[in-house]
Design a protein around this ligand. Structure first.
Ligand code: DGI
Ligand code: FE
Ligand code: FE
Ligand code: FE
Length: 187
């Protein structure tokens, strides 16, 4: 699918602010893909669709998680986690994207997972550091992303966990598994 067509599809699903975020993720993901040797077209497509389901009704997302036999544990955790796996499902169903690497990058963009592909890492990181993001620590991760994809990713996952802990939010187990897996590989 061409970039313009993909953007047209997601624009209808998003607020203007979220659409601008998506454009930022797209540009950042393509830059990272070029730098770290991932497929630039896949990075572009995954970035465009990564938040496709962000504003879906929570009841609809819950039904999809159950009907599609996704991890039911998701339902015990913050609903903000749901748009990633539901987004992968709807990107295939509604937009006809069937590339499993692209769909997995969408599916795991919020939690990560152990043994992430380069494409998955790039989408997670691009989502975190795109130019529209302004939160403490983001500049450090941007700088790290210029040198070392894995180090930058560890820092982004770590910051996310600490941010959630400070808000007394529960951490989805897959988020911890992602962190442990990345740190283990640095030993
Ligand atoms: O959709 P975005 O805002 O661009 O970013 P995202 O998909 O990476 O994250 C969405 C939200 O999910 C964000 O507020 C942080 C939250 N989140 C990520 N991992 C976890 C989590 N929330 C909980 N409760 N537990 C997690 O493990
Ligand atoms: Fe997201
Ligand atoms: Fe996002
Ligand atoms: Fe530098």
């Amino acid at each position: 699918m061409k970039r313009e067509e993909a953007l047209e599809i997601v624009k209808k699903q998003l607020t203007e602010h979220r659409y601008q975020h998506t454009l930022g993720v797209m540009e950042t993901a393509v830059t990272l893909a070029r730098k770290y040797g991932a497929d630039e077209k896949r990075a572009e497509l995954a970035a465009i669709f990564h938040d496709y389901a962000k504003f879906r009704d929570k009841t609809e997302m819950k039904s999809i998680i159950i009907e599609q036999k996704m991890d039911k544990e998701l339902l015990e955790y913050n609903g903000e986690l749901w748009h990633a796996p539901v987004g992968a499902f709807l990107t295939e169903k509604e937009a006809g994207i069937t590339d499993s690497e692209v769909l997995d990058a969408i599916r795991y963009h919020t939690s990560g997972r152990p043994n992430m592909t380069i494409l998955e890492k790039i989408i997670y990181l691009a989502d975190y550091i795109e130019p529209g993001r302004h939160f403490p620590g983001v500049e450090e991760v941007r700088e790290m992303a210029n040198h070392d994809l894995n180090q930058a990713l560890i820092q982004a996952v770590k910051n996310t966990i600490v941010f959630l802990l400070k808000k007394n939010q529960r951490i989805f187990p897959l988020t911890f598994l992602t962190y442990n897996d990345l740190v283990k590989k640095e030993d």
